[in-house]
Design a protein around this ligand. Structure first.
Ligand code: MN
Ligand code: MN
Length: 322
């Protein structure tokens, strides 16, 4: 059972539009706070989008996700899980990036997560663009390569952009595999679709043994069957979950930089996360929410709802330090 200090503020006690917004109305615990050691799962903002190659904006994601997260209540409507009463969850604040220096920002992110891991906390990240996942994996995958379940309309496995740029939001998992942070045989990418310039990314995936489930196969087989295969591929060993909001159809998630039509609806977007139950999730992220393209806030609301589903799965499994 969790310590009552870590219970979120209820909308029955303080209206949900009132108060200083933290993720899911949890207490804000700084890295140098004496309570840090008591935290089991930490929600972290990465307000950074310097890896974005198209329409920017995910640097504003964490703040908007915090605001919309006041809509999240204590109990999962589908599974009945009450995550905040099971483990101590907290908002660990934002990683301070350097918006004019990609390499420095990545070092800052890795250093932040090193401290989180050292405190025995499993991180749940609100991005940020998808390059954010690489410096996080540099911390989590340091000991041994992780498996990964990756929801996205893109593989993010390209080698470089603009004649040699190695660090963009289209390259993080190519780098993660080169750096030995991921075991490609335990990586599955779900939802891939859209027009392309070539198939360099898919060819790379095939050459190293990454399983790709394109959107046609996803809809042919359905969520349950696809997620059963995903759980099978990562097995019982430590696994990272990376969720790009552009996995979802832009009708339901318009607020993102690189949308692709013909994707899952918001129900399916939650359902895939729910079927992560049983996976040993050592960390997870939800990235690419871009508030400037999300005037109604609906993309951020879906994003934080997906994060809540992932949190509910994380409280039922062990994780890296347990
Ligand atoms: Mn994408
Ligand atoms: Mn992505």
């Amino acid at each position: 059972m969790s310590d009552p200090f870590f219970h979120p503020v209820s909308g029955f006690d303080l209206p949900r539009y009132a108060g200083v917004p933290t993720f899911m109305r949890l207490p804000h615990v700084e890295l140098d706070d004496t309570r840090l050691e008591e935290v089991d799962i930490g929600i972290i903002g990465v307000p950074w989008d310097s890896g974005t190659t198209n329409r920017p904006g995910p640097r504003h994601g964490p703040r908007q996700l915090r605001d919309m997260s006041t809509m999240i209540r204590a109990q999962n409507g589908a599974t009945g899980v009450r995550p905040f009463e099971t483990l101590n969850c907290a908002d660990l604040g934002d990683v301070p990036p350097n918006p004019v220096d990609i390499l420095d920002s990545m070092d800052r992110i890795t250093a932040f997560y090193d401290r989180v891991i050292a405190a025995g906390i499993r991180p749940l990240t609100a991005g940020g663009d998808h390059l954010s996942s690489l410096p996080i994996l540099r911390s989590l995958g340091k000991q041994s390569p992780l498996g990964m379940i990756h929801f996205d309309s893109h593989t993010d496995l390209f080698n470089s952009y603009f004649g040699g740029a190695k660090y963009t939001h289209g390259t993080p998992f190519r780098r993660a595999i080169e750096e030995g942070l991921l075991d490609p045989k335990r990586v599955i990418q779900i939802g891939i679709r859209g027009t392309a310039y070539d198939s360099e990314d898919i060819d790379f995936a095939t050459s190293v043994g990454i399983r790709i489930i394109c959107i046609e196969e996803f809809f042919d087989r359905g969520v349950k069957d696809v997620m059963a295969e995903a759980r099978d591929i990562v097995g019982t060993a430590p696994t990272y979950v990376s969720y790009d909001i552009d996995f979802v159809d832009p009708t339901f998630a318009p607020g993102t930089g690189t949308p692709e039509v013909g994707g899952p609806n918001s129900f399916e977007a939650l359902q895939v996360a729910r079927f992560l139950a049983g996976v040993d999730i050592v960390g997870a992220d939800l990235v690419e929410v871009s508030p400037p393209f999300d005037p109604s806030g609906s993309t951020a609301f879906l994003g934080i709802s997906i994060l809540f589903e992932m949190l509910c799965c994380m409280v039922t499994t062990g994780g890296l330090n347990r």
